[in-house]
Design a protein around this ligand. Structure first.
Ligand SMILES: C[S@@+](CC[C@H](N)C(=O)[O-])C[C@H]1O[C@@H](n2cnc3c(N)ncnc32)[C@H](O)[C@@H]1O
Length: 283
């Protein structure tokens, strides 16, 4: 049984830093929503009118409106890849990545985690930062298991093993809309810390029934609506993924976890955002 107090203590520092960053650099989420409205109305965007942190996010919305309505959405499209790379390297995504790693390391310092599992690893940017931090903090005895629906997770894993030879890193090709393969389950030693970033919008809530039973502690990093109301921003993202509501995700998680927490609720309220991004669940 994992003590929820220890886990909560682990996320307090990273969430404080996140809250400070949001208030200092973004202040208000409304301009992003206003930009989404202009894009949906087909009106021009003057990028200089927005704080620099928002600009890659607005470019991303612009490309979704242009591409998803026309030739369709394809993550392999060079323009989409270029703009997504800009978004991923922008301050907001970089901060998300740093905060996830801080949360995971801080939990590892307080709970005797034996396995850390990532779902929907993608190109492995967050994973590489995590591996570096695990080595710096001498967590070589914790096994790392990465997974994704796409088989290229094998190459990502090979690259990480080369970069961090002192860590035990393995991989599994897993579509989380199906139950976890035995090949993955047999790698897990409790307590298991499981995390994912920006995967659930492509799978929907049902994936929670496959993901949640595996972890003793879960960190889900996805925009989940607190109000259930769709905003312009959501209407744009609904063209390529699903609109997810915190209360519905919480109901699914409650089947497996005794404690579910919207970690950044206060930060979201402070910048008038209707979504939270960091959800914690403890078995
Ligand atoms: C937006 S990317 C995020 C990648 C990475 N987590 C990050 O934050 O940089 C979404 C990832 O989810 C993966 N994904 C989508 N549907 C999936 C599914 N059904 N099962 C497992 N992974 C899936 C995609 O292959 C992709 O790597």
């Amino acid at each position: 049984m994992i003590g929820k107090e220890a886990v909560l203590a682990g996320i307090t520092g990273p969430m404080k830093r996140y809250h400070e960053h949001m208030l200092r650099d973004l202040k208000d989420w409304q301009p992003l929503e206003d930009a989404a409205q202009l894009l949906l109305e087909g009106r021009p965007i003057v990028y200089e009118d927005y704080v620099p942190d928002f600009r890659p996010l607005i470019k991303m919305m612009q490309v979704i409106v242009e591409k998803a309505g026309g030739s369709g959405w394809d993550w392999a499209d060079p323009e989409i890849r270029r703009i997504f790379k800009e978004v991923a390297e922008g301050n907001i995504y970089t901060m998300f990545s740093e905060i996830i790693v801080e949360m995971l390391i801080s939990i590892m310092k307080r709970v005797p985690v034996r396995t850390v599992v990532e779902v929907g690893t993608g190109p492995g940017n967050v994973t590489a930062n995590l591996c570096r931090a695990m080595v710096e903090n001498h967590f070589e005895d914790i096994t790392v298991v990465i997974s994704d629906r796409v088989p290229s997770v094998v190459q990502v894993s090979e690259g990480l093993r080369e970069m961090y030879p002192s860590l035990r890193i393995s991989d599994c090709t897993w579509n989380v809309c199906e139950s976890a393969p035995a090949q993955l389950r047999e790698k897990l030693v409790s307590p298991v810390l499981l995390f994912e970033r920006f995967c659930l919008p492509y799978t929907g809530y049902d994936a929670i029934d496959n993901i949640a039973p595996l972890g003793d502690i879960l960190i889900l990093v996805d925009d989940l609506s607190l109000t259930g109301e769709k905003y312009n921003y959501d209407r744009i993202y609904a063209k390529i993924g699903r609109f997810l509501v915190f209360e519905e995700a919480k109901k699914r998680l409650e089947k497996y976890c005794s404690f579910i927490h919207a970690c950044d609720r206060e930060a979201s309220e402070a910048v008038h955002s209707p979504v939270i991004t960091f959800t914690l669940a403890v078995k």
